[in-house]
Design a protein around this ligand. Sequence first.
Ligand SMILES: [Fe+2]
Length: 276
Amino acid sequence: MKLGIVTDSHLGPGGTRVGAWHSDYYMSDTVPAFRYALEACAEEGVDGVVLLGDISNSGGDWSVEKGVRLAAQTGLPVWVVSGNHDCFKRVEAVRDAVRRVGASNVRLAMPEGRMVGEVRGAGVSITMDDAWVSRADGRPEVSLWGDELVVWLTHYPLISFDETTREAGLLYGDELADREEVLQPLSERTAPTVVVSGHVHLRVDSVAGPVLQLACAALVEPPFEISFLEVERVNGRATVRVENAALVPSLTVRTPTFAPSKREWIYDEEKWQTGG
Ligand SMILES: [Fe+2]
């Protein structure tokens, strides 16, 4: 299964700078960048597109729906989870946009997941309960999964890399308040889970037991990239290949990344190892 991961597009109406994280955001560029990212996914021949949240910068209906509608127009299967920015106006903004668009190829990722070939795709959106938490129904349904290879889609990382980030002088931000409760059942499996996250706008790989987390960089700021994720399971051995594609040359901007742009991970004998 090959997925095109598009995260933290922070879409907004054109015109002005309205935000900053590692860099400033200029909203005039976000929709063209998003269209280009989707075109790149189609050209790569992916089996599906994943929107990992912060589709919108403000959480306004216009921008959330714009993202969902453009993704639907690819005709590819699309899985969506919400990010904190998507929920700034209403926590259900992404769910409602998916309903309004009404495209049969777009769905919210759910904790029980569904099989796509040899791989189960699952995930969770967030809500607000004093802090950002996964939805009440957001615990991984590991009892349904057996020894399947699972790809878990989440805006917030589950394995913290707060320390690495802060040591490098970069911003990390908040954690999902129930991060450990979501991670624990995944850590207790012997079968592999690949967690794919956004939010921090940094490319970082982390391993915790049978969980491999691939934190993806953002579309809205350097390195302006999308990620192609290829996962397969053959005779109990799982292989994950990741390739990141920057939408603009990154020679002139600082690129906050902690993992190479192309790498392979193999899960064999209950251990993740990088093949480089
Ligand atoms: Fe973001």
